[in-house]
Design a binder for this molecule. Sequence first.
Ligand SMILES: Cc1cc2nc3c(=O)[nH]c(=O)nc-3n(C[C@H](O)[C@H](O)[C@H](O)COP(=O)(O)OP(=O)(O)OC[C@H]3O[C@@H](n4cnc5c(N)ncnc54)[C@H](O)[C@@H]3O)c2cc1C
Length: 511
Amino acid sequence: MMRFVTTLSVLLPILSPTATGNEQVSSVPDTGCVKSVCRLHPNHFNLLTYLQCSRLANLLGPNSFFAGNRNLAVWDAKQQQTQSACRVLPTSTEDVSSVLGVILEESCRFAVKGGGHARDPDDSISAGGVTIDMQKMRSIQVAADRSRVKLGSGHVLYSLYSGLEKYNLTTLGGRVADVGLGGFALGGGFSSLSPAYGLAMDNIFEYELVLPNATIAKVNQHTHPDLYFALRGGMNNFGIITHFTMRAVPQGQVYGGSRTYSSNIREAVLQQASDLTTLWKNDTAMSFYYNFAYDQNLDDFTIAVNQEYALPTSDPPPFRQLNELPYESDTVRIDRLSNFSTDGISPGGGRNLYATVTYQPSVDLDRKLQDILIEELQPIKTISGLSPSLVIQPLYEAAVQANRERGGSAAGIQAEGPLTVVLFNTRWSDEKDDDAINALANRWLQRSLAATHEADKFHPWLYINYASKAQHPFAGYGEANLRKLVAIQREVDPKGIFTSKGLCRGYFKLL
Ligand SMILES: Cc1cc2nc3c(=O)[nH]c(=O)nc-3n(C[C@H](O)[C@H](O)[C@H](O)COP(=O)(O)OP(=O)(O)OC[C@H]3O[C@@H](n4cnc5c(N)ncnc54)[C@H](O)[C@@H]3O)c2cc1C
């Protein structure tokens, strides 16, 4: 067997299609590597993938796993069930470049995994090909003047916060400990610091990445202005990011935590959320979001409001009225961001679906979208493990402004005031219920969009990290931005490696 393997390895470059021009796209395998090239054995597909994985294992040694999901737990059950032929864990930009070089030579399908919180097969766990798992790339390099930090793209938010806390610094991270910096920052990144500094993507000064041709580039406003524009919102269409250089912000402990409320005081919470979005929008230390969630055990909805204030103040003025409401449970305290991030961990295991709507703030629309969920849920509310909820949060003016000030970005958010961003999300247990859940999400989405139009509050921008696969978030970036993004994608990736017909097809594709 060994000799057979060695012989085939030598032959492979001859058997493999040459990766040039459109040939690359037309010879892409459905799964694994090199489709219908070698007909030596009925299992040639697996055998070939095994051989190609062996080439990668030669590069990375113990940092490679066959099959890909050994020792791996990801958040969504659909992704967890997805088996890659092998998984490699690079430790440097050069590793990533070498891995991509082999993948291109062998024409293998692949996916890139950050924190693994995407929801569909092939998003970040390759279906039958190679998963490039960035989890070993968690370096932290603080600039001498402490204004910037270079972060390995494999950080999860807990490792990022706890690492930076050693320097009394933080950056624009998200709320939940095990979410990956990679997907979070490439899609946009809502952070508790966004009211002051904007989304995470507006606080990235430089990307180090491996381009679709496996070469390494450092991309900033001066070296590659077009690609720098595209990467801020353009998601995973331009290569594999290995490092983000981000804004560093001095930070000690902060006020934060969440309180839960019974659904019978929903009107009071709706009003408070509206006040926090509009009346308190200029207090940029303040941030909040709330969750209107169905609890199958109670057969009722509960509300959880997450309060965030970027100072160690015990009684921040914006939350005073909210904190007079009677609550059911409470985690509000002064603590470190790293500790707050562990409060929100949503254990892996179920099947998940996201969808999103954006509109100009309106308490009537907040209520309406919740009512639509209540109505649409009724016929299917006993589905095993079902837990739908709406997470509602503002995108403050400062975030929109920050986007503009950095010369604009692919995401192209245009707004005069704050926006309300709603994430529909649900979890369920069994594959047999997938269709019913998709139908629920679709009905909620269509009726909610209609309601935003009816109220004349519709906004086209969609947060890509909250969008469903039935939505088209790039269309919401505006026609001119989309045209520019597509042109940059074609220029950076002429062989279409990171397109829907290429080798890396997961998540949201421009082409
Ligand atoms: C429990 C939970 C809490 C969340 N909280 C927040 C929040 O507070 N704020 C917010 O804005 N969003 C939040 N999100 C949404 C989150 O930002 C997205 O789901 C994000 O895409 C997850 O990134 P990941 O790296 O964990 O996932 P992954 O599945 O690893 O990555 C998502 C996509 O990005 C690509 N990708 C990842 N890293 C790289 C890289 N280095 N180079 C190229 N492509 C890469 C992957 O290939 C994949 O297609 C949350 C999601 C969950 C499930």
